[in-house]
Ligand binder design. Structure first.
Ligand SMILES: [Zn+2]
Length: 108
């Protein structure tokens, strides 16, 4: 099973694209595709038309689109943009910041 170094509720910084430089919270990680959904990043506006027989009102719906994990960097609470390393502790793997060595806990 593939795993990502970036998990849900992490804070990440966008490295490329129109939203470059933005930071946001990871709403969802999709390991199968290697993508993440980041709050307020890559927001797509969709015009929703009201059709007869549908109860929804016409208007504009906004939602985030997934971006590749290679386009984002995890933000370390201690030192900023960081590379993620792993450290084995017992049977589990801890994520650590490669720059300052501090542990990057997975937020629930
Ligand atoms: Zn760090």
């Amino acid at each position: 099973m593939p795993s990502l170094s970036i998990r849900r509720n992490d804070t990440v910084k966008v490295l490329t694209g129109a939203d470059r430089g933005k930071t946001g919270r990871v709403l969802r990680a999709i390991p199968d595709k290697g993508t993440v959904l980041v709050e307020h990043v890559r927001v797509v506006k969709k015009t929703v038309s009201s059709k007869t027989g549908q109860r929804t009102k016409g208007g504009i719906a906004e939602h985030e689109s997934p971006i590749s994990v290679s386009n984002v960097a995890l933000v370390c609470p201690t030192c900023g943009v960081a590379k993620v390393g792993f450290k084995a502790e017992g049977s589990s793997r801890l994520r650590v910041c490669k720059k300052c060595g501090s542990e990057l806990p997975t937020k629930k």
